[in-house]
Design a protein around this ligand. Structure first.
Ligand SMILES: NC(=O)c1ccc[n+]([C@@H]2O[C@H](COP(=O)([O-])OP(=O)(O)OC[C@H]3O[C@@H](n4cnc5c(N)ncnc54)[C@H](O)[C@@H]3O)[C@@H](O)[C@H]2O)c1
Length: 336
């Protein structure tokens, strides 16, 4: 059983990680021993964010701190879960790896490729493992796509569109999301899910183009095209959709079927056949992601599903998209 400490008790920690730890704790896989937040009020405020809300009563008991150094000095911990604003990820993850902890760090890995590469280097020399919370790699609606592509169930994929949209994230500590220097806008923050998924499914694109529009923080509305030999992928990230809640969907056409994710879940439309809904796991993908990391650390297995080097390449691809956007949407080769 791994002893876990959380750093940052805001939106994602409360809405998604805490329920996951409760379920994994019930199975005897982890014990959440402590959590820390610089703002002690976060321990008495139920956070509501675009993707979900904190439970009324999580039923979890753990020690609470306002300083993570003090927490780790007082607690015996095997794994630290970083749920901090993005601009703090690299510095604190590297420090924790140097201290020998296993580190799960929320996405985006870091603000840019220079920072994410430093994290990869730190992980190479560390006793503990590092994983970044690219949670879609553990979401059944997306692993179904991955399996379908790998098995060539419906032939080759020929077109793909991924969208992820919400209102602006204004719940953040010190309003950090609305400050491009600390969040890098929707382009890095929310769009990264679909850019990472595109790499997970199709590998590295040859060239990319991207345009962004500034609305709140800068780079709030993002249109990206990733071009491969044989398929172009369109990805849209948008956090200017005030009032509509959060939506994420995809449509991927294959030679012999089209697969869609929408508010109705995943539907497969085989050419000339009857549409059907595949049976998919209903486990929360945050829980699946945390369980995967806990199992990987506990067994000492190599992490081939979501290694830090891959998360870092995704950050590099976001940097390349930004370069295109800053040059009016020019076509930029992706240096693999
Ligand atoms: N995987 C996903 O789907 C998903 C969804 C939302 C957010 N996120 C990511 O999770 C991270 C956190 O986002 P959030 O929405 O929870 O933000 P948030 O602002 O709600 O929470 C961050 C918390 O960190 C605390 N904090 C700040 N500095 C600290 C410090 N030095 N020591 C201890 N605590 C400190 C803040 O008080 C706040 O409670 C971000 O990187 C974000 O991109 C991921």
């Amino acid at each position: 059983m791994l002893r876990v400490a959380l750093i940052g008790f805001g939106g994602i920690a409360q809405s998604s990680h805490l329920p996951a730890y409760r379920n994994l704790q019930e199975q005897g896989k982890v014990q959440l021993v402590a959590a820390c937040d610089i703002d002690p009020k976060r321990f008495s405020t139920k956070m509501e964010i675009n993707i979900g809300s904190a439970e009324e009563d999580s039923g979890m008991e753990f020690n609470k701190y306002s300083n993570w150094e003090e927490m780790l000095a007082n607690e015996e911990v095997d794994m630290v879960d970083i749920c901090l604003p993005t601009f703090l990820h690299a510095e604190i993850a590297i420090e924790l790896l140097n201290r020998g902890y296993n580190v799960l760090c929320e996405k985006p890995m870091a603000l840019d490729y220079e920072q994410s590469s430093a994290m990869v280097e730190a992980a190479k020399n560390a006793k503990g493992q590092l994983m970044i919370g690219q949670c879609l790699r553990f979401a059944s609606a997306y692993t179904f796509l991955k399996d379908t592509i790998q098995a060539q169930t419906y032939g080759k994929p020929v077109s793909a569109v991924f969208r992820r949209m919400s209102g602006p994230p204004i719940w953040g500590w010190d309003n950090w999301y609305m400050d491009n220097a600390r969040s890098r806008g929707c382009l890095l923050d929310m769009h990264i899910h679909d850019i990472d998924m595109t790499r997970f499914l199709f590998g590295e694109p040859d060239t990319v183009t991207c345009t962004t529009k500034d609305f709140y923080s800068g780079d709030d509305i993002v249109y990206s095209r990733l071009m491969y030999d044989g398929i172009d992928v369109l990805a849209i990230g948008d956090w200017a959709q005030e009032g509509t809640g959060f939506t994420a969907d995809y449509t991927v056409a294959f030679e012999k079927a089209t697969i869609k994710l929408d508010t109705d879940g995943v539907t497969v439309y085989p050419r000339g056949g009857k549409a059907y809904k595949p049976e998919l796991s209903s486990q929360s993908f945050y829980e699946a992601e945390i369980e995967f990391f806990v199992d990987t650390v506990s067994s000492g297995a190599a992490n081939v599903v979501n290694p830090p080097s891959s998360a870092s390449t995704t950050v590099k691809l976001i940097d390349t998209l930004r370069e295109s956007a800053r040059n009016g949407g020019s076509i930029v080769p992706f240096e693999k």
